[in-house]
Every structure is written in structure tokens, then in C-alpha cells.
Design a protein around this ligand. Sequence first.
Ligand SMILES: NC(=O)c1ccc[n+]([C@@H]2O[C@H](COP(=O)([O-])OP(=O)(O)OC[C@H]3O[C@@H](n4cnc5c(N)ncnc54)[C@H](O)[C@@H]3O)[C@@H](O)[C@H]2O)c1
Length: 276
Amino acid sequence: MSLFDAFKYDGLRVVVVGAATGMGNAVARLVQDAGATVVAMDRADFELEGATIIRVDLADKASIEAAVGQCGGRVDALFSCAGVADGTPGIERINFIGHRHMIKEMIGAGMLGRGSAIGLISSAGGLGWDRAALPELLDFLKIEDFDEAAAWCHANGKADYRWSKQAVNTYVAHEAFELLKLGIRINAILPGPTDTPLAQANAATWLGFGTDYRAETGVAPSTPLEQAYPLVFLCSPAAAAITGITVVSDAGYFSSGLTESFPPATGITNYLSGRM
Ligand SMILES: NC(=O)c1ccc[n+]([C@@H]2O[C@H](COP(=O)([O-])OP(=O)(O)OC[C@H]3O[C@@H](n4cnc5c(N)ncnc54)[C@H](O)[C@@H]3O)[C@@H](O)[C@H]2O)c1
């Protein structure tokens, strides 16, 4: 035993949802390297050496339940990484409701238990959850049924990226208390522009965001692995004191906007964080 063992995943069984590409794929490879056995889930066809692959469509309740059944067994860490951009049918289910359903199913089946951890991926669109939108978001979270929650989003003009990510942030904060009583932690990261297939498909808006900040600071968009590092830390035993938090992993862009140390980011930061 060494003090650093708490950062490792030796002997742990990990499920990564959205493991075919991007950040989920980086998480799966990183935890394998850290010692974990990996169950890798995605809607897409893919291969990951050494991992068990399970097909799942997060937009489909029955598919989620089948995937959880196929996985079975103890899960020490669940990484809920899959996500899509505006314009994808089912976005409200894929980005939030489906992940929540899988978490609920795994807890109900006793797969996620004491000592386990959950990690999700939010987005800049999720900022501002804790301001004006909070009462409505908390009311939305009370709709626990998969189909009813999706129907509510469609009926209320909320079947979109921003709402789905604000729901993720609110869910992470709200669930921490009840989950901790079960010995489970839940956290998320909120990445800045990250070079993945999803970002490349929306390059002008996703990778164009913050170009001026990166030019002045001399940094590049994140790699998927650079985002996997904090998420893997959050689900490791080393993060025992951390739950209910969405970590902003954006290389300092929003902090610099908020404090006006980089004024060009101030307007968008205030807008996204609900300060104007
Ligand atoms: N790339 C960025 O700049 C950026 C920034 C902030 C947040 N994010 C978020 O990061 C998360 C991961 O995205 P990424 O950039 O790594 O993209 P990505 O497209 O590489 O990865 C997303 C994965 O989700 C899977 N997926 C999509 N729909 C699915 C479904 N219905 N069921 C199961 N799996 C499904 C895809 O097949 C893919 O493997 C997303 O939630 C995204 O919103 C990305």
C-alpha cells in the first residue's frame, strides 16, 4: 500500500457510457491503464481491447434496462459520458434522462453501492443552473418517470442542449445528499472546447468558442484525455471528500470572464451563468 493508491483503479470494475469516441473513450482507456476492468457502452459499433462491449441507446428506456441487465455485477464507478448536440432527436433523453435512468436502475439492482462513484459530463450550456432557472429545474427533477420527463421537455420547449446540461448540473448537486447516505458520490466536469468528433461536427460554434482566450494564453482546445483526467480523479477513492460538484474544466475561461481579467469573456460568461 502507498498513499498514492487512492488515485488508482486496481481491482475496480468500471462502466463507461459513450465509450466509442471522444471523452468517454479517453476515460475508458485511462481507467484501464489505472487498473480497472471496463464495461464499455455506446450506441455506435466499436472495439476496445480488453473491455466488455455492450450496445445501448440512451434515448430508449428498454435499451438502457437491457444494457444494465447485461452488465450485471458490482460497478465501482459509472462514467456517464455520452452526449449529442442540438438538432439530434432525443437529445433530452440522451444527454440527461437516459443517464439518470441508468443510474436509478443500477442503484435499484444493487450494482452501484457503498464506495462507488458516478461521473457525468456537463457543458458551458449547463452554467446558470443555480440562478434564475433553479426552481423550474428542481420541479423538472421531480418528474422521475423516463417517458413523462421526456414528454415534459417537449411540451415546455426544453428538449434542447442547454436545458439537458442545466439538468445534469442540478441533478448532480441535488442527488449528492441522498446518494451519500448510500455511500455513493456523484460529480461532473464542465469541459471547455475539446477536440472530439462531436466538437468537430459543430466546429464553428464549439471549437471556435474562446479562440481569442486561447490565442492570448497560448493554449489549445483540450484533448479528450485532458478532460478524462479530472473526471477519472473525481470517481477515484482519492476524491472521497468531493460530491455534488460540477468542476469547470475550461482552462480558466469563465473565471477570467467573471472576474474581468479577460474582459472579452465577460459578456458571454455573465449571460451563460445567468448574471444578466
Ligand atoms: N467536445 C466538446 O467541446 C464538449 C464541450 C463540453 C461538453 N461536451 C460534452 O461531452 C460529452 C461527450 O462528448 P464528446 O465531445 O466526447 O463527443 P463524442 O461524439 O466523441 O462522444 C459522444 C459519445 O456518445 C455516444 N452516443 C451518442 N448518442 C448516444 C445514444 N443515444 N446512446 C448511447 N451513446 C450515444 C456517441 O456514439 C459517442 O461515442 C457530451 O455530453 C458533450 O455534450 C463536449
